[in-house]
Design a protein around this ligand. Structure first.
Ligand code: G4P
Ligand code: NA
Ligand code: NA
Length: 192
């Protein structure tokens, strides 16, 4: 998606060998007009799927997931990383390992908000090693809901997440695909 690639070229900062900092429009400050455009693009790309619910993980997935929810006019549910006073019983839970941080996190969703009747579109900000998405897919399985697809804002094709999802024949749409970082510059891959 050209609008997004242009914005990444303009405002993205390459950190080290494999990280893109996009905190001025996605991960800290959020550009609402850009988010709405991303939501419309997800809607266009998954127009044929009977989506009833958008699913993401807090925190950085919420903005693009909400934008998608507005385009599809369906509820948005975010998995929580911390249990709380009001979130402790009747949960679907999965363990998510972060290769980046070398830690495991539990993510949970109340059973109230996902059922066997749901057709789910997963949305997330980044697809790197794919562990967050795998955790959400596990939860969708626990709920016996149907996974319709995965929509990603920024995919890094050189990490293994995309391959894991392709092997499972999941419909993945990434709005920007980064093939490499070279000399501090982003090299985009052709859209899949
Ligand atoms: P994975 O889910 O693909 O396996 O991700 P990984 O463990 O590699 O990454 C851990 C966190 O770092 C995730 O956010 C993920 O979205 C984010 N991340 C991965 N690659 C990049 C990158 O190149 N740039 C940026 N800005 N973030 C990246 P999280 O811990 O779930 O945090 P958040 O949602 O609260 O922001
Ligand atoms: Na994320
Ligand atoms: Na993140």
């Amino acid at each position: 998606m050209k609008l997004l690639e242009d914005r990444i070229r303009e405002d993205g900062q390459v950190l080290g060998a494999d990280v893109l900092k996009v905190d001025n429009f996605l991960n800290h400050q959020i550009d609402p007009d850009l988010m709405m455009a991303l939501g419309e693009e997800f809607h266009r790309r998954f127009a044929d799927a009977p989506i009833t619910k958008i699913l993401t993980v807090e925190s950085s997935g919420i903005a693009p997931a909400l934008a998608a929810g507005m385009a599809f006019h369906v509820p948005v549910v975010f998995a929580r990383k911390h249990k709380s006073l009001t979130l402790k019983d009747n949960l679907y839970t999965a363990t998510v390992y972060s290769f980046t941080k070398k830690t495991s996190n539990e993510i949970s969703i109340s059973k109230k908000f996902l059922s066997a009747d749901d057709n789910v579109l997963i949305i997330d900000d980044f697809l790197a090693n794919g562990q967050a998405v795998e955790g959400l897919i596990e939860i969708i399985g626990q709920a016996q809901a149907t996974l319709s697809g995965v929509g990603i804002v920024i995919e890094k094709t050189f990490q293994k997440g995309r391959q894991l999802l392709d092997e499972r024949q999941i419909h993945v749409e990434s709005l920007a695909r980064i093939a490499a970082f070279e000399n501090g510059q982003v090299v985009f891959a052709p859209e899949a």
